[in-house]
Design a protein. Structure first.
Length: 202
């Protein structure tokens, strides 16, 4: 089964308070996004798609030209959701794995584990248990049972037969009111019992 790796870095990174997109910030003279791209290349995919914004496009392109990597660079959208949709339109393989460039500590072991599941599950994601104390603030403040909370992270992947449903929804999946497929309902609600989805702890 052929697969694609999508690396998202089209955001502005304003929350970091840096003068540049945080994914371009250099650590040991290496841009942050390259740490994730290096890990994706270690695992090996059939195609690589990097999603950036118009402001950073030339800088990203120039840096990648200094590497041996063959990466398709495309422009993203105003939101992460739009960037994912634009990337999926460029995918030519059977499954797409998506990772955020702002998460450089992803391990090759996790990527390999997810890739090995492509033949058995239509989609999957990584998560970790919530260990912080969480309180819900409404009219009153209440303690949330964190044993039922899961923090979803990347990488995530989707089989190509789910692309049409993702691409035809004009809103975020969590805002859509029309019926969703069983797989995408799972993705919204993170039901652990569904048989066609894979959820892996970090």
């Amino acid at each position: 089964m052929k697969s694609s790796a999508i690396l998202l870095m089209a955001g502005s990174g304003t929350r970091s308070l840096l003068p540049i997109n945080k994914t371009l910030y250099k650590i040991n003279d290496i841009p942050l996004f390259m740490y994730s791209l290096n890990k994706l290349y270690e695992v090996s995919f059939d195609e690589y798609i990097l999603v950036t914004n118009e402001l950073d496009y030339d800088q990203v392109k120039t840096y990648l030209e200094t590497t041996p990597y063959d990466v398709k660079i495309i422009l993203g959208g105003a939101t992460r959701c739009e960037s994912v949709r634009k990337a999926l339109k460029h995918v030519t393989t059977d499954v797409a794995l998506i990772h955020d460039a702002a998460r450089p500590l992803v391990s090759t072991c996790d990527i390999k584990t997810m890739k090995e599941s492509f033949n058995n599950y239509k989609l999957g994601t990584m998560y970790h248990n919530v260990t912080d104390t969480v309180r819900l603030v409404e009219d009153k403040i209440s303690l949330v049972n964190r044993e039922k909370l899961y923090a979803v992270t990347t990488p995530q992947y989707f089989s190509k037969d789910l692309f049409d449903e993702i691409l035809t929804n004009d809103k975020l999946i969590t805002e859509v009111k029309k019926p969703l497929s069983k797989e995408l309902r799972w993705y919204v609600s993170i039901l652990l019992s569904i048989s066609h989805a894979l959820i892996l702890p970090l």
